[in-house]
Design a protein around this ligand. Structure first.
Ligand SMILES: [Fe+2]
Ligand SMILES: [Fe+2]
Length: 272
C-alpha cells in the first residue's frame, strides 16, 4: 500500500500549495490514499466546512484535525459526518466526531487511520493517547485483519512523539507527527518496521513564525503581552509531506520519503 500524508496545511498559502504540487506527486508516487492534517487550514485556526469542501476537491481522501479542531463552529455539525474531519481519538466518550477511520482501496485493502493528540505542552485535559490507541488497536492485527495502520500524532513534545512511535513499533505501519510546524530530519523505519518522523512540518509560508505574520508573535514575546491578533503569513508555501510504502503481506513499512516542494523550505533535506 502507498500513501502520502501532508503536514499541517496553514491558511490560503498552504491550500494553494496542495493544489499546485499534489497532482505531480500523485504522478510520481501513485498513492492509494492522500491524507492531510487540516488543523490550521482556515485562516490558521481550525477548518471550516467551506475549506473542507475545497480540500476534498483537490482529491484528498481524509482530513485530520488537532488542538484547533473546535475553533470553527460550523464544523461542529459536520464532525459526526465521518469521514469529513477526524478529531483526536483521546477525547472523552460523548465528544462529537470520531478519532479513526478506515479507508479502503478498490481491491479491498484497508488502511486504518488514527488521529491522536499529545498532552505535553498542548492539552493536559485530553485522555492518555497511549492508552486510547492501545485500546483501539486491540481489535486490529496488522497484516491479518487490516492491511495498514497510520497514526497522525498531533503533539508538541518530541519526547512524547518518539515514545509513542517506539511503543507502537511493529504494531502499526507508520506514526507521523504533526502540530509543531517545523519539519524534523529523523524520517526512518524503526527496528520493528514502523515508519516514523517526529514532525512532517507545516504546509505553509515559512517566512513567518510557525505560519503567522512575524510582527505580532515577536512583539508578544518581547513584551509578554498579547497585543494583536495573529494574521497568517501570505507568501508562497512549502508543501511538507511524506510518502510511505508498506508491504501488503505484513503491513509494515518498506519506505518513507519526505517531500518538500515550493516556497523557501523546498528540498531542504534528502530522502531515505
Ligand atoms: Fe498546526
Ligand atoms: Fe496543532
Amino acid at each position: 500500500m502507498k500513501f502520502i500524508v501532508i503536514g499541517d496545511i496553514f491558511a490560503r498559502p498552504g491550500r494553494e500549495a496542495v493544489a499546485r504540487h499534489l497532482p505531480g506527486q500523485r504522478e510520481k508516487y501513485a498513492p492509494d490514499f492522500v491524507i492531510a492534517n487540516a488543523d490550521n487550514a482556515s485562516h490558521g485556526l481550525g477548518v471550516n466546512a467551506a475549506t473542507v469542501r475545497e480540500l476534498y476537491g483537490y482529491g484528498l481522501d481524509l482530513l485530520t484535525g488537532g488542538d484547533h479542531v473546535w475553533d470553527q463552529k460550523d464544523l461542529m455539525t459536520h464532525l459526526d459526518r465521518s469521514p469529513w474531519v477526524l478529531r483526536p481519538l483521546n477525547y472523552p466518550v460523548g465528544t462529537p466526531g470520531k478519532g479513526f477511520h478506515i479507508l479502503e482501496t478498490p481491491d479491498k485493502r484497508r488502511l486504518l487511520v488514527i488521529h491522536a493528540l499529545g498532552r505535553i505542552f498542548i492539552d493536559k485535559l485530553c485522555d492518555n493517547p497511549f492508552a486510547a490507541i492501545e485500546k483501539l488497536l486491540s481489535g486490529y492485527d496488522l497484516g491479518t485483519n487490516i492491511s495498514g495502520i497510520l497514526v497522525d500524532f498531533h503533539a508538541e513534545a518530541s519526547s512524547e512523539k518518539n515514545a509513542l512511535g517506539q511503543f507502537l513499533n511493529g504494531k502499526i505501519s507508520a506514526l507521523l507527527g504533526t502540530h509543531t510546524h517545523i519539519p524534523t530530519s529523523d524520517a526512518r523505519i524503526l527496528s520493528q518496521g514502523t515508519a516514523y518522523i517526529t514532525d512532517l512540518g507545516m504546509t505553509g509560508d515559512y517566512d513567518s513564525v510557525i505560519g503567522v505574520d512575524k510582527e505580532t508573535p515577536i512583539a508578544n514575546f518581547r513584551t509578554g503581552l498579547k497585543l494583536n491578533k495573529f494574521t497568517p503569513a501570505n507568501n508562497e508555501a512549502t508543501l511538507c509531506a511524506a510518502f510511505i510504502e508498506t508491504d501488503d503481506a505484513t503491513g509494515l513499512a518498506v519506505k518513507i520519503e519526505t517531500i518538500r516542494l515550493g516556497g523557501i523550505m523546498c528540498g531542504m533535506i534528502g530522502q531515505i
